[in-house]
Design a protein around this ligand. Structure first.
Ligand SMILES: *[C@@H]1O[C@H](CO)[C@@H](O)[C@H](O)[C@H]1NC(C)=O
Ligand SMILES: *[C@@H]1O[C@H](CO)[C@@H](O)[C@H](O)[C@H]1NC(C)=O
Ligand SMILES: *[C@@H]1O[C@H](CO)[C@@H](O)[C@H](O)[C@H]1NC(C)=O
Ligand SMILES: *[C@@H]1O[C@H](CO)[C@@H](O)[C@H](O)[C@H]1NC(C)=O
Ligand SMILES: *[C@@H]1O[C@H](CO)[C@@H](O)[C@H](O)[C@H]1NC(C)=O
Ligand SMILES: *[C@@H]1O[C@H](CO)[C@@H](O)[C@H](O)[C@H]1NC(C)=O
Length: 285
């Protein structure tokens, strides 16, 4: 056996191992801004909702790829959901041109009554009702006596056995809790009551909300071959470029060194995650 060929085999392998260790250090440094461009390249698609881009991002993609609060989830039935003020909503449609999204309460998709005793409340820093023509209805649970002239709506086998449905946004009064739900096309019955026939279909049809994130910054970015993202410290839309890599500028074709001219109409006081530590940390939600 000729050991001359590998005279220093032990030190060679040690070097090799050291090399591997060092090489593996590098990718773990996810602050490499080049990754931002790459990681934010996938549009969200799920069932009938396809090709959705910034300001939305898919659940599981990095926070720096989308606006906080506009995170889409795809479940195993290919149904898209979004969480707004801790409530799950089913996403029925998204129009990125008009910035309108159609949503319905997920807890009312299978049941005529709300399962979660929470009002339908938007996060008005990012969303508004797309129409002022929605009518609110109020479900009132746990009344100590019968409302004269009103039929108790049976809520099926849910824990909340029955509810009265009133037009408008109402408080619970003598009853335990009231839940307000907006919809369009609610039919009125006799004496100003809500006609509950077909009510569940109307509510499953959802309502439209408009997102208030300024689309111009992102359009400019895409126009310069960049990909849009969200600057977690500055609370605004930013642009990731393929080459040269991320510069923090509004678009990819500006001179490096020029001050950023990005103006975002996004609310500056947006209650995002606390500044600093999350930026470039590659943290996933
Ligand atoms: C969900 O969509 C994927 C991709 O289109 C498809 O492969 C899968 O079968 C769908 N699952 C269901 C439950 O429809
Ligand atoms: C978005 O809305 C506009 C205006 O109503 C319409 O022309 C367009 O087809 C819609 N896009 C999608 C994807 O529905
Ligand atoms: C009721 O619906 C309208 C939309 O038409 C909305 O502006 C309002 O905030 C809703 N909620 C309450 C509590 O009135
Ligand atoms: C829902 O809103 C009404 C007033 O609009 C309020 O009286 C009621 O307490 C709210 N219900 C819950 C569960 O917060
Ligand atoms: C309630 O609506 C149904 C169908 O939507 C209709 O047939 C019925 O007459 C309505 N009832 C009242 C009291 O208006
Ligand atoms: C950015 O905003 C400042 C003041 O808010 C304004 O003077 C400037 O023209 C804006 N720049 C662009 C590119 O819109």
């Amino acid at each position: 056996m000729d050991s001359q060929f590998f005279p220093s085999f032990p030190s060679f392998s040690l070097l090799f191992i050291l090399n591997i260790l060092i090489l593996h250090q590098v990718p773990s440094c996810s602050s490499n801004p080049d990754e931002h461009y790459k990681n934010c390249g996938t549009a969200f698609s799920c069932g009938t909702i396809t090709g959705i881009q910034y300001p939305f991002r898919g659940y599981g993609t990095p926070q720096y790829c989308g606006y906080p609060g506009l995170v889409l989830k795809c479940n195993k039935y290919n149904i898209t959901t979004i969480e707004i003020m801790s409530m799950a909503y089913r996403v029925l449609g998204i129009n990125q041109t008009t910035q309108v999204m159609k949503i319905a309460r997920e807890d009312m998709m299978e049941s005529v009554c709300p399962q979660e005793l929470v009002n339908t409340t938007l996060d008005h820093t990012i969303l508004d009702y797309a129409s002022t023509n929605y009518m609110n209805v109020t479900f009132i649970f746990g009344c100590p006596f019968d409302f004269p002239g009103l039929n108790l709506l049976s809520c099926g086998d849910s824990a909340n056995t029955g509810a009265y449905v009133l037009p408008g946004a109402e408080g619970p009064g003598f009853c335990k809790v009231s839940v307000v739900v907006p919809a369009s096309g609610i039919q009125m019955g006799l004496g100003g009551s809500v006609n509950v026939t077909g009510l569940s279909r109307v509510l499953r049809n959802g309502f439209e909300v408009k997102w208030k994130v300024d689309g111009k910054a992102c359009r400019d970015c895409i126009g310069s071959n960049g990909r849009c993202g969200y600057d977690i410290t500055k609370h605004q839309t930013t642009c990731y470029c393929p080459d040269p890599t991320y510069t923090g500028l509004a678009s990819c074709q500006e001179d490096i060194g020029a001050p950023s001219t990005l103006n975002s109409s996004a609310p500056t006081s947006f209650p995002g995650p606390s500044s600093g530590t999350l930026l470039f940390s590659g943290k996933y939600e």
